[in-house]
Design a protein around this ligand. Sequence first.
Ligand code: SF4
Length: 576
Amino acid sequence: MVKILDIDLTKADFSTIERPELRDEVLGGSGLAAKLFSESCSPSVSALSPENVVVIAIGPLNAYFPAMTKAVAVFKSPRTDEWGESHAGGRLGTALRFSGFDAIVIRGKSDHPIYISIHDEAIRIRNAETLWGMRSHMTPGRIIREREPGSGRRSIIRIGRAGENLVTYASVNVDTYRHFGRLGLGAVFGSKNLKAIVISGSHDFPILDRKRFKEIYRKIWNRMVYKGEMKKYHDYGTPVNILSLNEMGALPTRNFSSGRFENADKISGHELAEKLLVRKISCMSCPVGCIHIAADRKLVSEEHEYITSYVSYDYEPIYSLGSNLGISSSDKLLRVLEAVEEAGLDAISAGVVMAYATELMEKGMISEKDTEGIHLEWDNADGYIQAIKAITERKGEFFKMLGESPKLLIEQYKGGDLLTVMAKNEIAGYHTGLANLVGHAIGLRHSHLDNAGYSLDQKILKGSKMTPEKITAKLVEEEKFRQVFTSLVACLFARSVYDPDLICECLNVIGIEKNVEELNEIGERIYKMKNAWRMEAGFDPHAIKLPGRFVETITPNGKIDPDDFKRAIAEYSRIV
Ligand code: SF4
């Protein structure tokens, strides 16, 4: 059974439908969300209009097996005006499984701020006027926790001020330490006057062959916990990559002007783990515990009074709000991370646009008159915290544009080659070579997670010879199989554990008969469906401009040749 909750915010009404045929066609998760979204949302709608639709879905393996934890959101992105898709862990995937729903479809727009409350079959649209406008998303989270049932296994997702103010890269916070980060889902929530969703449930879900299920479960658990296959995620977490990428010369620094940061050791995963780490937590039903939480202690009185806040950290925010802004200490880094978190912004986009603004100021292309008196300078954490507030509150023309559209910004302030945005999305933290750039350009959502171009670059660095055409072919192949993975919905960190044969075993034991060939067909189908929609929304691979900064700054694989980039894009047009 695939059970869908369909909510119309304009009518303040909902219905439930069952679409069992979709399990066979698209599995669930990313495929299910894509299918329901493509059926409901025309590619021509404005992303911030009531006609935009949000679908949040889980897959057939959520909550059954370790690290099958994610939920997928699909929407039209206000950042790129194309396919919007974001994945989040926390408790959301498991809470949805217990609620009995495989997907939630949200349409229309409420005429006043609301939040949605889902507890099994009890669905309510509640007034959120008193929650709207609160400075930090933490406060509404606390209030909803006090009002709603489901303690211990509910999930609460909510937006901050950036979402309310329609900043096009506003995020949705999921259970405090996880996010639907990229592509502006927070602004889409804001445009619908939707502050939050709380979900809990108490449904059972069936296991046909308990003995076999336990065997498979134990095998996976052992590989993750005792055989150390995911040890790096638990130990230092993703920030372990700071030092290795820096060593390689691929850690973007001061607006991608270098691949090496002289203070990398001061903001590294090692430094944070040894000095500020206080806790590691897991998404619900994962044994890995890769979510690293640091304590940020602020002195508030000379009598040794402190306020302590807890900030989660990962590789991407440390690159974008750390090395890319020249931040030279872990204390400063945590303060900037916390400001972005409180505002409810996507960390990568916020860091990239602030790095661009800093270079404009450094080069005298803007002055403090443009930035409401805020001084932007590498390593100036106070300046960046003020800028984050100004972006969030849409203060002054410059910061309005910084929160709205890279195109407007470039038209007004020039310096387009300095802005590390491609296909209208800010780039992730890997200046590894051509494959990363091509992967970002052709990826369905212009994310490093679409096809892991950075990983292909590292294989090339180790000696794999690849033409630009071969790079494109490999990226497309990888992205097609990832459609299966994100339809289950598995955490991508577990991709080395869940090989295609093991995925089939897991599906078969819960009654879904699939072989590897059929999985590949499903991946291909979902990929084509998403690509067709985004083409209709206006995606043109040949219109993608390679920013000069990517060519100028040498990667570990050498200087990027713009002709190789064009060859790779031409190959994409030929094969897709
Ligand atoms: S590995 Fe980390 S992100 Fe992935 S499911 Fe486990 S705790 Fe969540």
